[in-house]
Ligand binder design. Structure first.
Ligand code: FES
Ligand code: FES
Length: 211
């Protein structure tokens, strides 16, 4: 074996050794699973109050509040539209604030007070907002309506509390339930049937403003 073949062998050996080293390092890391994947879904307990009644659930930690309400508590008045925060059909009131229940995990609401459309009223004892929606024909198919009504109730509370919106002209004066204020604040609740003008009339009537 001459000097050049020794050099060639050395390079070949080096390449083989390098390949072995790389594959030896890469294979275990590629096969390694994240701890969660090995452990499987994680369940957790959560307790909150829904429509004045205590609820205690053991849930996969990935369960949204929307699915907890609909699938676990059978409160199907809250609707799943887009399931990604775009339509407002899933709006519920949590500790006085309206939220999209599809965008939040149930386990984040330990101890919370949750109100759904079922908690606002029923057909024999309707909430004033529900009655106004009926009076003004504020719906057609009705799919968006529970979210619209929950949102509308919280919107009027926001206005009463003096919380400004993007269209509030004077941040030093309390906002009023004008058409512009209500339209802006309700803009996250989509109605595919286009019942917007009647929805606005209903909310305006309850808010005591002018559409
Ligand atoms: S279902 Fe939650 S925003 Fe559409
Ligand atoms: S009433 Fe049909 S989507 Fe609003």
């Amino acid at each position: 074996m001459d000097e050049s073949s020794e050099v060639r062998m050395s390079r070949r050996d080096l390449l083989i050794a390098g390949a072995v080293t790389v594959s030896g390092a890469a294979v275990p890391s590629a096969m390694a699973q994240p701890p969660q994947a090995q452990a499987g879904p994680v369940a957790s307990h959560v307790s909150f109050s829904v429509n004045g009644k205590p609820a205690s659930l053991k849930l996969d930690t990935r369960t949204t509040l929307l699915d907890a309400l609909r699938e676990h508590l059978r409160l199907t008045g809250t609707k799943k539209g887009c399931d990604q925060g775009q339509c407002g059909a899933c709006t519920v009131i949590v500790d006085g604030r309206r939220i999209n229940s599809c965008l939040t995990l149930a386990i984040m609401h330990e101890g919370a007070k949750i109100t759904t459309i079922e908690g606002l009223g029923d057909k024999d004892r309707m909430h004033p907002m529900q009655a106004a929606f009926v009076r003004h024909d504020g719906y057609q198919c009705g799919y968006c309506t529970p979210g619209q009504i929950c949102s509308a109730v919280a919107v009027l509370d926001e206005i009463r509390q003096g919380i400004p919106s993007h269209v509030s002209a004077d941040l030093n004066a309390p906002p009023q339930p004008t058409g512009a204020e209500i339209r802006e604040r309700m803009s996250g609740n989509i109605c595919r049937c286009g019942a917007y003008s009647n929805i606005l009339d209903a909310i305006t009537e309850v808010g005591g403003g002018k559409a």
